[in-house]
Design a protein around this ligand. Structure first.
Ligand code: KG4
Ligand code: ZN
Length: 319
């Protein structure tokens, strides 16, 4: 990243998780160890930048899996020390919101401050009031599972590989969401909850599969459509409440689940009906990526908010 402009963005795909049907923390950190040096080298090469020319190094401080975070933190700390450049400790969830502002040569509309962001990924689901890149207030968050977990878990019980979210998205396109009824979470205020939907879905699939073997394959599209609709209904209901409560005119969606085509479609409709502008980052910047971390880091750099070289990762949500 140079002056807010993206020079390269390299993502190492972690196929190891598909093999085990989910993220095995130890395997995730080993994969990080194997990939980190070649990925950084490739990013520098694609950007046409020598490491001696770097002005700062940004890393994800958390939240996330501690083993994977440690690999990134150790690498970044060492690089900053070796090159005598500032270290920038980035919050993973805040960085997802920065995906709206990545400048990669493609023109696209961006939200203006302040706006409301719905951040939905495999680890978090939050409603955030974004006043500036460094001033964000969480006004609602999940009390249990994240939206992405509900997608992944539902996919797993249908026998789909990890991460199941994109596959549920694909199957849902040919299914009828009204085929099955799932509960509507009754959570007061702006907080969210997905465990009720998840549990009801698993129970439904297991019960019907026992009764009619082959059910989960035969009805896969309809099941995916019903699951996806239940998750989206809950997200849209909370978003509507937040928009009205805080008198919002601009809404952003970020995080891996923001790649969901059903959600994108419903939110465009929601925007028209509520009279608010809705913004989505391009798909490549919805799921975890280095570009969003670099841009969040760039704002810390500009504000002179450097991290001490002994900064430790924070695996849990904070602040
Ligand atoms: O932001 P992300 O890459 O990683 C975390 O910070 O967790 O989000 C990953 C999550 C996974 O749960 C994945 O299944 C979900 O985003 N996801 C999707 C789609 N693409 C990714 N969920 C539904 N529909 C999609 N198209
Ligand atoms: Zn993420």
């Amino acid at each position: 990243m140079a002056g807010g402009r993206l020079l390269s963005n390299v993502v190492a795909s972690q196929e190891v998780h598909a093999k085990w049907g989910g993220v095995v923390p130890e395997l995730a950190s080993r994969a990080h160890q194997e990939h980190i040096v070649p990925v950084v080298q490739e990013a520098l090469q694609k950007a046409g930048v020598a490491k001696e020319d770097l002005q700062a190094v940004a890393f994800t401080r958390g939240p996330g899996l501690i083993g994977a975070l440690l690999v990134g933190a150790c690498f970044a700390r060492t690089l900053a020390q070796a090159l005598q450049i500032p270290l920038l400790a980035v919050d993973h969830v805040q960085a997802h919101i920065m995906a709206h502002f990545i400048r990669d040569g493609q023109e696209r509309p961006q939200p203006s401050f302040p706006f409301l962001n719905l951040t939905v990924s495999g680890g978090h689901s939050q409603l955030v009031l974004v006043r500036s890149p460094l001033d964000m207030e969480v006004i609602g968050s999940t009390l249990d599972d994240a939206a992405g977990e509900a997608f992944d878990n539902g996919a797993k019980v249908l026998g789909l590989p990890y991460p199941g979210g994109p596959l549920v998205d694909r199957h849902a396109r040919s299914g009828d969401p009204a085929s099955f009824t799932l509960p509507k979470p009754a959570i007061p205020g702006l907080d969210l909850s997905f465990s009720g939907i998840k549990t009801a879905f698993v129970a439904l699939v297991q019960r019907e599969e026992l009764r009619t073997p082959g059910f989960r394959e035969n009805r896969r599209d309809d099941l995916c459509a019903a699951l996806q609709a239940a998750i989206i209904d809950h997200l849209v209901a909370k978003l509507r409440r937040a928009v009205r409560l805080h008198n919002i005119s601009q809404v952003g969606i970020a995080g891996g689940v923001a790649a969901n085509s059903g959600l994108r479609h419903r939110l465009q409709e929601f925007g028209r009906r509520e009279g608010v502008d809705v913004f989505f980052p391009p798909l490549a910047y919805c799921t975890d990526n280095a570009a969003m971390i670099a841009l969040a880091g760039q704002h810390l750099f500009a504000a002179g908010r450097f991290a001490p070289l002994d900064t430790v990762p924070l695996p849990r949500l904070h602040g």
